[in-house]
Design a binder for this molecule. Structure first.
Ligand SMILES: [Zn+2]
Length: 418
């Protein structure tokens, strides 16, 4: 056990209710003097037996704390000066944490073209070949897609942490965490080349999470489904990936999300169900909003309103409030109120709803042939399909390719050439 943990445990022991404190276990290095079962003692400040009077006061409900030592429960009574001293230890412990961390992991501030500030933590030496300009170009590429979808980047600033994935050629995993300074952590393959950085979905996926409020754990499928749906569309809208690749992924990955199901998606943990089952919910919502409003509004309208009114990842929000906020935004003034998000949520979340995917693909006019997709423009909802991935005025790709070619195209071909 580290000295920090030990100080923390000892500091908090007298402050915790008896019920909790009795589970604390102080291992081999004993701060207390040898004691016997049934004897009461002061805390480690004064390792001496206390008087009978104090022990009786403790029995009647005075604050006391317990510690388990060799399976024997001993009652101890910290005095007031001890409580003050130990509380100060706890406060100092937490107060020193940020400065300790800052000393270990320095950061550089990268200011993106839209003013977003990124506190870029110095990466491990395995990723030292990634220059700050390259990382900035990579951030700009994905922020560009997010801005095309949401109108602005959701956060004013965040921390970027890169972790090295030794020997890998991929950007395999990422994580977005809320907090006073929200953090995006990316696991970057040490052999990943510039094309992998350009085409990888992970950073954009994590960024979409920042645009949606945090829900209770059982609605994770809504958070992940939203990110799984929005990320490829935002990147196709801005030319980073092809429209074909968006629909090919849907055709390949969604059927497994609805195989042998017996419950709704609320509380679901299975990866395919959470990510791709959730993505189908958002696809059906997008189609229905566009159909009901004659393409005046879309899921984009609802998600922008949710971000602006219900907050970003840093806000904890109630699931129904979030969905009703989206439904309100897509209700055309003067027409009947729409409840697309809430109605579909009840189907997907609480019942073993199995959408007819084959009919859906026919209606929007997509067919899979091997590893390619054929579009049918005579399908009844072909117009809606085209609207979903319609190109934004911005193209994000070109800037990244230019930046990487200028800076990295001529050297280290295996690593960073485009
Ligand atoms: Zn995610």
């Amino acid at each position: 056990m580290s000295w920090r943990t030990r100080i923390l445990m000892h500091s908090f022991a007298p402050l915790i209710k008896n019920r909790t404190a009795k589970f604390l276990y102080f291992p081999s290095s004993q701060p207390f003097s040898q004691r016997e079962k049934g004897k009461t003692q002061s805390y480690f400040f004064h390792p001496r037996p206390l008087g009978e009077g104090l022990a009786q006061r403790g029995v009647r409900g005075e604050r006391s704390s317990y510690t388990a030592l060799s399976r024997r429960r001993i009652r101890v009574f910290p005095s007031l000066p001890e409580k003050v001293f130990l509380s100060m230890c706890a406060i100092l412990f937490f107060a020193l944490q940020p400065s300790c961390n800052a000393g270990v992991k320095p950061t550089t501030i990268l200011t993106l073209s839209d003013g977003t500030r990124v506190l870029y933590e110095t990466p491990p030496k395995e990723l030292a070949h990634l220059s700050k300009k390259f990382v900035q170009a990579w951030l700009e590429l994905n922020v560009c897609a997010i801005r095309a979808y949401y109108g602005r980047f959701p956060l004013r600033e965040f921390r970027l942490v890169l972790k090295a994935d030794a020997g890998s050629e991929e950007i395999g995993y990422g994580q977005a965490m809320p907090g006073e300074m929200p953090r995006i952590t990316m696991y970057v393959g040490t052999r990943a080349n510039a094309e992998e950085f350009r085409s990888s979905w992970v950073l954009c996926h994590e960024m979409t999470h920042t645009a949606f409020p945090s829900l209770e754990r059982e609605y994770r499928w809504l958070e992940e489904g939203m990110a799984t749906y929005v990320e490829p569309i935002a990147r196709a809208m801005t030319g980073i990936i092809s429209v074909e690749s968006v629909w090919l992924d849907f055709l390949k990955k969604t059927p497994e999300a609805f195989e042998n199901i017996s419950t709704g998606l609320n509380g679901e943990r299975d990866f395919k169900r959470v990510y791709w089952g959730g993505a189908v919910y958002f696809l059906l919502a997008d189609i229905e909003i566009r159909r009901a409003t004659k393409n005046k509004y879309s899921l984009q309208t609802a998600l922008r309103a949710i971000m602006e009114q219900q907050g970003t990842m840093n806000n904890d929000a109630d699931v129904l409030k979030v969905l009703r906020c989206g439904d309100k935004a897509i209700s055309v003034p003067g027409s009947a109120k729409l409840t697309v998000l809430e109605t579909l949520y009840k189907q997907f979340g609480t019942s073993a709803y199995k959408p007819n995917l084959e009919k859906l693909w026919q209606d929007i006019g997509i067919e899979r042939t091997g590893e390619t997709v054929r579009f049918r423009d005579d399908a009844p909802l072909a117009g809606i399909r085209k609207g979903i991935c319609s190109r934004a005025s911005t193209s994000c790709n070109d800037n990244f390719i230019r930046a990487t070619k200028e800076k990295y195209g001529k050297r280290k071909k295996n690593r960073l050439s485009v």
